[in-house]
Design a protein around this ligand. Structure first.
Ligand code: NDP
Length: 328
């Protein structure tokens, strides 16, 4: 085992130029920990928030929230994993952009043989997010309609397929006609180019004036108010990201005026904090992927040392589907 691992860190918040490679020591796992050697790491928009300081961290800090690889050693009290297991995870604390690390074991899951490492690395954070949005946030059933923004992105393409597999009608939005076509190919029932179209009016038309049962909005500032206008009375707004900036404070009375709406601002990390819940959510995701109901589409691969370029491309809205960092 190499005693150090190439790891992406930031010493201060800022743009992609703040991402640096460092050789960090990798020790032995303590109680409740494992040491894992990564085969690939996933790239997520949350990594950009942590890098920029929108989600502040104590510095210096390593970055990255999901990866897949081989467990090399397990600490005392870890019973669900053993040395030699294939594994994948979405987990805190950040530090997944690395060749190898010691980390808490609770959120690390055995990766089924039928799922390649690269897919495992690309799908844990985004896939379990889709799982909790559809199953753990508000009751949704076949025949319900949801509006999903950024439908051709990493979380988005998984959501399109997930909805299709459960008979939920998904109306997507995306920033270009090409991205809309991709969302439609992956199971969206309709997709609106929100860069050029009046998407609120179109959602109203597509629902016969009624509005949707739920909105899944990770775009944030630019779409929040319009999203509320797309909901039917008693509908659920899931504001789960800030790609365009954080949602500003708003008058709660708006929710009454627009029909007793509900709003939640969830994060995956509450849902997977419990070990059993996390393992169960991962099992549901794996079964969807193994059944072919959800395909993990990796459209961008960057070597670990090109992580700054990967962040630039993601933030410039030039990605579709999943993006991973490869390790040589
Ligand atoms: P994506 O691949 O979806 O990339 C983000 C997309 O957001 C872009 O491609 C772009 O699509 C759209 N977007 C809209 N406005 C902007 C803007 N101003 N700048 C940049 N992008 C913009 O990323 P991920 O799949 O990694 O994540 C999707 C979202 O889900 C993120 O906001 C992320 O933070 C959130 N998330 C939240 C979680 C939670 O539990 N709360 C967990 C996982 C992800 P287009 O060009 O089509 O507009």
């Amino acid at each position: 085992m190499a005693a150090t691992a190439r790891t992406v860190i930031i010493e201060e918040h800022g743009g992609p130029e703040k991402l640096k490679l460092a050789d960090l020591p990798v020790g032995e796992p303590g109680p409740g920990e494992i040491r894992i050697r990564h085969a690939a790491c996933g790239l997520n928009f949350i990594d950009c928030y942590q890098r920029s300081g929108l989600y502040p961290m104590t510095l210096p800090h390593a970055l990255g929230m999901e990866a897949a690889g081989i467990v090399e050693a397990v600490g005392e009290g870890v019973s669900h994993l053993a040395a030699g297991d294939r594994a994948a995870y979405a987990a805190m604390p950040p530090g997944a952009y690395t060749e190898a690390r010691v980390m808490p074991a609770a959120q690390v899951c055995k990766l089924p043989e039928g799922i390649p490492f690269e897919e495992g690395a690309a799908m844990m954070l985004k896939g379990m997010t889709v799982q909790y949005l559809f199953h753990r946030t508000t009751p949704l059933k076949a025949g319900d309609t949801v509006l999903f923004h950024a439908a051709a992105g990493g979380v988005g393409l998984i959501a399109c397929q997930w909805a299709k597999s459960e008979g939920i009608r998904l109306i997507g939005t995306a920033g270009s006609d090409e991205k809309c076509a991709l969302a439609l190919e992956h199971g969206a029932d309709a997709c609106i180019n929100y860069a050029t179209e009046d998407w609120v009016a179109q959602v109203r038309d597509l629902t016969g004036g009624k509005g949707v049962d739920a909105v899944m909005d990770s775009v944030g500032k630019a779409t929040f108010e319009g999203s509320l206008d797309c909901l039917k009375p008693l509908g659920m707004m899931m504001s789960f990201g800030n790609a365009s900036g954080a949602v500003e404070a708003f008058n709660l009375g708006l929710l009454a005026q627009k029909g007793s709406l509900k709003v939640t601002r969830p994060t995956l990390f509450t849902h997977i904090a419990d070990h059993d819940a996390c393992q169960e959510m991962a099992a549901t995701l794996f079964s969807k992927v193994l059944a072919g109901e959800v395909k993990i589409r990796i459209d961008q691969r960057f070597p670990l040392e090109d992580v700054a370029e990967a962040h630039r491309v993601l933030e410039a809205r030039r990605t579709t589907g999943q993006t991973i960092l490869t390790l040589s």
